[in-house]
Design a protein around this ligand. Structure first.
Ligand code: ZN
Length: 311
């Protein structure tokens, strides 16, 4: 298992307002903020990480809240739906909670034999709560309002919408080790057996759908999980020999990364388990302080002044 792609590592999306984003994910959805830092390429912007207690790979949703970026829209060449795994019997609780907090949501539906509750975050980002057909034993983060019987357990899946799925499917099967599980309409479900959860990628083939626009309410990239730096560099080689252009290894402080654009247009990242979110904060304090990479520590006062307030 250790020399394979281990499902999803994290998903990164774009928000328009930092406080709204923070409130929605920590309060309404009940995730833990496991790291509050800045965009390493744009330190006047936050980078939020929401996940389970320790930010286990496969549970991490991250955001760049770019104030004033404007509304994006989904289309082809993008990740278009984030699926969270939730316990059986929890969808009624969530539908009620979404009503209470005026969260845009749809009626429960069924796809690939699983019950799904589609909803949107304040920026219109599309997410699904999914009761998986296989049991999910991951331990959720719980809050005073979202208990263990209903709390999200991390990702179930990511959905990519593509003009044509063929080249992307080949990356998943030939490099990442996924297999086509089944097809329902224009949706093709790929899964890896290298890991039990966050193991699904759904590809929607939509030849007549125009490309999306990446801004608030859309996904920025999808990161797949590898065990460590050695595995990361092995995959770098496997991707490069297919003729795809891929970045060098980048230190993201909490993991090491490579980025490449897959042929369908979606930005993919490979990210390591090491060193993890506890490298600069103990577990019980994760996300409580603004953490800056060392190149910005000297500018902390100026950075804290320009970042929006969250309280
Ligand atoms: Zn990333």
């Amino acid at each position: 298992m250790e020399n394979r792609i281990l499902g999803l590592h994290h998903i990164t999306a774009i928000a328009g307002n930092a406080k709204e984003n923070f409130d929605f994910y920590t309060k309404v959805l009940g995730l833990r903020m496991v790291k509050k830092t800045v965009n390493f390429d744009d330190p006047g912007t936050y980078h939020f990480y929401f996940g389970d207690e320790v930010g286990t790979p496969g549970s991490i949703l991250t955001f760049f809240p770019w104030e004033g970026i404007g509304q994006g829209y989904t289309g082809t060449g993008m990740a278009t739906n984030i699926g969270y795994s939730v316990p059986e019997g929890s969808l009624g609780f969530w539908a009620e909670r979404f009503k209470q907090f005026n969260v845009r949501h749809e009626d429960t539906l069924e796809r690939f034999g699983e019950q799904i509750l589609p909803f949107q975050d304040p920026d219109g980002l599309k997410l699904d709560l999914i009761v998986p057909s296989d049991s999910d034993n991951r331990k959720p983060w719980v809050t005073s309002e979202v208990n263990e019987q209903v709390a999200t357990k991390g990702f179930h899946s990511i959905t990519l919408t593509l003009k044509n799925i063929k080249a992307t499917a080949t990356i998943l099967t030939d490099i990442f080790g996924y297999k086509l599980l089944k097809q329902e309409g224009d949706t093709y479900r790929f899964i890896t057996d290298a890991i039990k959860n966050a193991a699904v990628v759904d590809l929607i083939e939509a030849p007549n759908t125009p490309p999306g626009r990446g801004a608030a309410g859309t996904n920025h990239h999808v990161a797949f999980r590898v065990k460590d730096d050695n595995m990361l560099m092995e995959y770098r080689e496997k991707i490069a020999v297919k003729g795809l252009s891929i970045t060098p290894k980048i230190d993201r402080d909490y993991f090491f990364s490579l980025y490449f654009r897959e042929p369908g247009g979606v930005l993919f990242e490979l990210a390591t388990d090491n060193p993890g979110f506890t490298r600069d904060e103990p577990v019980d304090q994760l996300g409580s302080r603004l953490k800056l990479p060392k190149q910005y520590e000297g500018s902390r006062a100026e950075i804290e002044k320009v970042l929006p307030r969250l309280d």
